[in-house]
Design a protein around this ligand. Structure first.
Ligand code: NOJ
Ligand code: CA
Length: 687
């Protein structure tokens, strides 16, 4: 069970009929308030913080095909309030215990006599933000809902600075973030992160996206944003039957960027765990036959440079077993990669290995060595082909002891082929309702076969890992792979200082850190990894993922065993996580405590600027001495000219110590803090 009972649920119900005045609900600490009113029949909401506007009165409602719009002629016919205060435990995650504490206001609207139509709005106000959603109850004339538009607006109170990626683009979510004022945006994905002129940090996103279209945001006049649901190819946004419950629209609010990253609001708005037994769900680190394909020295397809051979897989298994990695990913193992695989998604077999890859033998050898194969299903967005094989494919892996599958949906823009009941072909986006349904179907099928998922080219995370904790991690942004082949030379040094406050606010990311050989002139002369070596280590703490890859080749790790030590030690399952300080796009320092020991870990990274950051170690247990195992940029280090310069040292510290973290341009620092033993104290005290 992943939910602890014993949480408190305080009901404070009150029913009033035909209310006209604005209805207000405040957060438990009183800092945030949502007010709801019906102006001339039209529902509106606004959000304030300490009495100042964050969201000015904004529209709500829907346009429904074949029915009058669901945004007018309403009056309030009931209101219902309660306080929720419960604590639940994640089976794995960035934080073990999570408190869900909020005030809820449920408002029932009725209108349009004599054929009265009904719409319910539910607001939940937390100390760290607001969630609201619609419920369209079953009612005459609205059993089947064809939603042509969701009218939700976010009338932001200022032209804030925003970090965003564009929506409706060929490469899905894989773009560098841009930082501009809101008025310079057009249509963008969520999470959309903003900072007001007063330094308040905001993020608009959504929670519990289940059977609905993904929400993008379109800028209206000035700095008002409107929900822009990714449409089906025929322009319909959502097909549903009443009663319909929409995803939550969320606004997270914090005084610092770190406050956004430490918020658990998205998870708190998701349903509790649906699985009775989660004992098979185990976070892990993995290596894989992967980077060599991205470097172009091996191929996914068959031939003389085929990466997924039995012998090569065994080489990685040996490395994993010798260095404590739980999984080995092997891509390109199955028939279908030959030719232009990106255009031939319908040719993939998910059960037939290439002749030079003995799947059964690889799994047997892995088990013998205490390692598991991580399966791979690249679909190239051939959805019908994949769905037809889903059961058989997962059953095969389950039989062979595979517990994790990485899926992939390479395919550009509105290109996903869908064949309707009449045999007509349509082309869909990755982020509309058709694909939201598909991604969820795969999560549920995987759960039936005790399989964890790592989804590349996914639908964005909206916290469903709380309900389906086998949905471990996703890509959904520019990852490490862009450093191998990105036409722009790869991810610039500030990219990973933005991700924790944008993409990762949605949930864990499979960025695939840990490249040690930062230059590869023979393989890819125009590319390199734009960081220092120490920064690659720090990313294991900064970028949270329950499945964390050590992405480089075994030979590159064997060449640097001292640095590899940190990747071997760093956990992937945490008791506490906290951002100590950050400026989005400049630097970030995170600390996390291991869920299964007393150890703490720190990761600090910077953009192109070198910096010295003070870190008081106040998070360490009082009165206890720790050994800090420090991996830091050397004195002469610079990501451009001398990225491998790294110092590894140990020193004694306690909760009263302040460390000066010296980060080279493009650099970072990674630290493990472990309780000191007497021999450590003797050894290190005079240093
Ligand atoms: C794109 C994924 O992001 C990458 O990790 C994978 O290797 C390729 N697709 C092939 O499936
Ligand atoms: Ca990708």
């Amino acid at each position: 069970m992943c939910r602890i009972p014993g949480g408190l649920l305080l009901g404070l119900a009150a029913m009033t009929v035909a209310l006209a005045a604005p209805l207000t609900v405040t957060s438990p600490d009183g800092s945030l308030a949502v007010s709801f009113s019906v102006d001339d029949g039209r529902p509106r909401y606004g959000v304030t913080r300490f009495g100042r506007d964050l969201i000015r009165p904004s529209a709500l409602g829907f346009v429904i095909h074949g029915a009058p719009p669901l945004d007018r002629d309403f009056r309030v016919t009931a209101e219902n309030r309660r306080t929720i205060d419960e604590t639940w435990v994640q089976p794995w995650g960035e934080q073990a215990e999570i408190r869900c504490h909020c005030r809820e206001l449920r408002i029932e609207l009725t209108g349009g006599e004599p054929a009265a139509r009904r719409l319910t709005l539910v607001f939940r106000v937390f100390d760290d933000g607001v969630g609201f959603r619609y419920e369209i109850p079953a009612q005459p004339g609205l059993d089947s809902l064809v939603i042509m538009d969701e009218l939700t607006e976010f009338a932001l109170a200022g032209d804030h600075r925003a970090w965003w990626i564009p929506a409706y683009q060929p490469e899905r979510y894989e773009y560098l973030y841009r930082a501009t004022s809101l008025s310079e945006m057009d249509r963008v994905h969520t999470p959309l992160t903003m900072e007001t002129a007063d330094g308040v940090c905001l993020c608009i996103h959504e929670a519990a996206l289940t059977d609905y279209a993904g929400m993008t945001l379109a800028r209206r006049a000035g700095h008002t944003l409107k929900a822009d649901l990714v449409p089906w190819s025929d322009g319909v946004r959502v097909r549903a039957t009443a009663p319909l419950v929409t995803p939550w629209r969320t606004l997270q609010v914090a005084d610092t960027p770190g406050g956004l990253a430490d918020s658990r609001l998205i998870l708190n708005l998701n349903e509790p765990c649906r699985l009775d037994d989660v004992s098979w769900i185990t976070p892990a680190k993995y290596v894989g036959v992967w980077w060599e394909m991205h470097l172009g020295t091996a191929t996914w397809g068959s031939g003389p440079r085929h990466g997924a051979t039995t012998a090569n897989a065994k080489r990685y298994i040996d490395f994993a077993a010798g260095h404590g990695f739980g999984g080995v990913l092997v891509e390109g193992w199955n028939v279908g990669w030959d030719g232009e695989w990106i255009r031939n998604g319908d040719l993939f077999s998910f059960t037939r290995p290439y002749d030079d890859f003995d799947l059964e033998e690889v799994c047997r050898y892995a088990a013998e060595n205490g390692v598991r194969l991580i399966g791979h299903h690249e679909t190239a967005a051939g959805i019908a082909n994949y769905e037809a094989q889903l059961e058989e494919a997962f059953a095969l892996y389950e039989r062979l002891g595979v517990r994790t599958v990485k899926t992939g949906y390479v395919g550009y823009g509105q290109q996903i082929r869908r064949v309707d009941e009449a045999g007509r072909v349509h082309h869909e986006w990755h982020h509309g309702q058709f694909m939201v349904r598909h991604y969820r179907k795969v999560v549920e099928a995987a759960a039936r076969h005790h399989i964890m998922l790592d989804v590349h080219e996914p639908i964005k995370d909206t916290g469903i890992r709380r309900t389906w904790p086998n949905m471990m991690t996703r890509e959904g942004a520019r990852g490490q792979e862009y450093n191998a082949w990105g036409g722009d030379g790869g991810n610039p040094p500030d990219h990973t200082t933005i991700l924790p406050f944008t993409r990762l606010l949605a949930g864990p990311m499979d960025f695939t850190p840990g490249i040690f050989d930062l230059h590869f002139p023979e393989a890819r002369p125009g590319n390199r990894v734009n960081t220092t070596l120490a920064k690659q280590l720090a990313l294991y703490v900064v970028l949270y993922s329950p499945l964390q890859m050590a992405a480089d080749l075994p030979e590159n790790y064997r060449a640097r065993p001292d640095a590899l030590r940190f990747i071997q030690d760093v956990p992937v399952d945490w008791r506490h996580s906290r951002v100590l300080h950050a400026r989005i796009g400049d630097y970030v320092t995170c600390v996390r405590q291991d869920r299964h020991s007393e150890d703490w870990y720190l990761g600090s990274i910077t953009d192109d600027q070198g910096r010295i950051l003070d870190v008081p170690l106040v998070f360490l247990a009082p009165g206890r001495t720790y050994v800090a195992e420090i991996y830091r940029d050397g004195r002469a280090c610079d990501w451009r000219t001398n990225p491998y310069d790294m110092e590894i040292l140990e020193r004694l510290v306690d909760g009263s110590t302040t460390l000066d973290l010296r980060l080279a341009p493009g650099g970072g620092q990674a630290i493990r803090f472990r309780p000191a033993k007497e021999e450590d104290i003797r050894r290190l005290k005079d240093e």
